[in-house]
Write a protein that binds this ligand. Structure first.
Ligand SMILES: [Mn+2]
Length: 337
């Protein structure tokens, strides 16, 4: 399948004073995690000025970049995927893979093609089934469409490095990206070997894909632990990789109740991600943020504001080429009933 990276029709050219013709910076609307919330997505696209005609959603001068996590939870599983896929196929959008698409692929893929009794790359445990139920139910009577949508998920790059901006679902980890590029033919897409390696917790590929799609984690100092929102005991913590924080307490990304368990000591080892304020802006989803959307750092913005939860919002950022992001360029739509 062809992945459309650039649509020359949408690039304006600008004639400079010296007569040279220059390509104008393409303009993008970045959209965070949708999780099956089709009516909210339609309202957001409409608010951004995208119009549907003859089955095609488009804007005369802009394109969308979807930040992944199209599926799980909401009532419009197929509808969200079909809309996004159609926009990508027709050159009206780009998209990166979220952890929920990665999980869907691994859930679908048997460990051994000839013997499904050997299980799947993502275990069909009751917890995993529950998390994936809305998606599985949407495709339960159409195995061909199910196979087809998984094939489309496999075409989604894990990161996008465009001329003026970057997009990744959770963390722009340059070390993980470099290692994946070096070992997997320079492509940001999964292939079968990488999918299998990244589904095995013992491999570096697992850590690299996990960092990009679920966020950077660091091990807690020996003997320390906390309990997460789901009641699970954790010996590692997710960090606010976009911040300048260097201690466990200041970098901690987790439930407030657990904060007292996290020491304010310097993080041990080489675990922090560096993303200087002079680099291209990077857009993320994934973090289930609450409150009023605003940048996490001058050049880093998360657009996931928990649309799948009551009171949540679907959020976009209207990007016109700027290197420093601005709070007034976020567009938020309340979750539709
Ligand atoms: Mn996610």
């Amino acid at each position: 399948m062809e992945v459309v990276i650039s649509n020359p029709a949408k690039r304006e050219t600008v004639e400079r004073k010296d007569g040279q013709v220059q390509q104008a910076q393409e303009k993008y609307d970045l959209i965070g995690d949708i999780h099956g919330e089709i009516s909210t997505l339609r309202v957001l696209l409409d608010t951004l000025g995208y119009r549907e005609s003859q089955g095609r959603y488009q804007h005369p001068g802009r394109r969308v970049v979807f930040l992944g996590d199209f599926v799980d939870r909401g009532a419009g599983q197929r509808e969200v995927v079909e809309l996004a896929r159609d926009m990508v196929t027709k050159g009206d959008a780009l998209a990166v893979m979220g952890n929920h698409e990665f999980n869907a692929i691994a859930y679908y893929t048997p460990r051994d093609k000839k013997n499904t009794a050997a299980g799947y790359l993502r275990e069909h445990s009751s917890g995993n089934q529950r998390q994936h139920r809305a998606f599985l139910e949407a495709y339960q009577h159409s195995p061909k469409d199910y196979a087809d949508v998984i094939d489309w998920f496999k075409t989604l790059p894990m990161w996008l490095d465009l001329p003026g901006l970057r997009a990744v679902h959770a963390c722009w980890d340059p070390v993980a990206i470099a290692r994946l590029e070096e070992n997997y033919a320079g492509t940001p897409c999964l292939n079968d070997a990488l999918l299998r390696a990244a589904s095995d917790k013992e491999t570096w590929e697992f850590d690299a894909v996990e960092n990009l799609l679920k966020g950077k984690e660091v091990p807690l100092p020996k003997g320390l632990k906390f309990t997460d929102a789901g009641g699970k005991v954790r010996h590692r913590m997710r960090i606010k990789w976009w911040s300048d924080a260097t201690t466990y307490a200041s970098a901690f990304m987790g439930p407030e109740e657990a904060e007292t368990d996290i020491p304010d000591d310097e993080i041990e080892g080489d675990h922090l991600v560096e993303y200087s304020h002079t680099q291209k802006p990077v857009f993320l989803g994934h973090y289930w943020l609450k409150g009023e959307p605003s940048p996490l750092a001058p050049n880093i913005a998360c657009l996931d504001y928990s649309v799948a939860k009551p009171g949540g919002k679907l959020v976009a950022y209207r990007w016109d080429g700027e290197g420093i992001l601005s709070k007034d360029k976020f567009v938020a739509v309340d979750r539709q009933a």
